[in-house]
Ligand binder design. Sequence first.
Ligand SMILES: [Zn+2]
Length: 114
Amino acid sequence: MEIFNRLPREVRVLVNTFSVEHRPNLEKVHVDLFHKFGMDELLYDNSWTYCANDMCEREILKDESVMSTIMDYEHHFCNDECESYGSWSIWYDYRKYGRTQGNQGSIINHPFPL
Ligand SMILES: [Zn+2]
């Protein structure tokens, strides 16, 4: 904080305009503006996502998707077939990343053999 106080006043004011605490209020302003100007479709809808199968990537509803947790991250898929290939592909990427890091894939206890 001492370093921050040494900055010129104009810079401190500018930095404070980016306060994380302002974001919820700014979101309310954006929602009001989008409603006022009839641009509701631009609002982000958290119920939609894209199929995590990189060969599909169809837009899907999270509530109707097949969900799989891989390496503590939730992945949503269209159906069981997309989940099967998509999960294999995600694990493949993790294994490949592990090999490039020199640990031969030991970062994970994956269900698919090499
Ligand atoms: Zn899919």
